[in-house]
Design a protein around this ligand. Structure first.
Ligand SMILES: Cc1cc2nc3c(=O)[nH]c(=O)nc-3n(C[C@H](O)[C@H](O)[C@H](O)COP(=O)(O)O)c2cc1C
Length: 169
């Protein structure tokens, strides 16, 4: 699948089939995540892969907009390790690129996903830190629900040439 097709046709999926994701696909998704660009190549990311049914149900109660976790067979919590920072302040962009790579690689493998925002909502960060027993220097950044899609949302046009400015505004 070419990159533009993947980017245009990927949509957030919030309904999942009762079907597990093959471990090789999970590994490929994590590999794509780790090849994201990061400032000074600092790679502060860490991942918690959650595929325990009870835990996914519990987390759907901790995060206020994560009901789909009750159906999803797996979620990846994308975390930031503050001890690994080389370039102050850029970790948020880094982790957003990591998260986007997860969504795109999942889509290219036929897996549906949705990005659930965690950072900078302190209640979500604290709830997840406590529930998953994360160490002090680990910041939960985003949670991605993953699974085989049980819906097919259509893609709407987002291309708008009025938003493009050449040379000057
Ligand atoms: C930072 C961020 C936080 C998001 N948080 C949530 C969330 O908590 N729950 C949810 O269902 N979707 C969440 N989304 C998904 C967006 O709602 C979705 O990407 C947007 O509506 C565009 O739709 P699309 O992904 O199908 O293109 C989030 C997306 C981003 C980038």
């Amino acid at each position: 699948m070419d990159v533009l097709n993947c980017i245009i046709n990927r949509r957030s999926i919030r309904r999942f089939k009762n079907q597990n994701i093959e471990i090789q696909k999970v590994e490929d998704i994590l590999k794509a995540a780790m090849y994201a660009p990061t400032a000074r190549n600092q790679q502060t990311f860490e991942f918690v892969v959650i595929n325990n049914r009870q835990m996914l149900d519990d987390i759907s109660e901790i995060h206020p907009y994560a009901n789909m976790l009750k159906q999803a067979p797996l979620a990846i919590l994308v975390c930031h390790n503050h001890q690994k920072v080389k370039s102050d302040g850029f970790w948020i962009q880094d982790l957003a690129a990591v998260t986007q790579n997860i969504l795109l690689q999942a889509y290219s493998l036929g897996i549906g996903s949705v990005w659930l925002g965690v950072y900078p909502r302190e209640d979500r960060e604290n709830g997840l830190k406590k529930y998953l027993n994360l160490p002090e220097d680990i910041v939960p950044f985003s949670l991605v629900a993953l699974g085989y899609a049980d819906e097919n949302p259509h893609t709407t046009n987002r291309y708008d040439s009025n938003k493009i400015h050449f040379n000057r505004w």
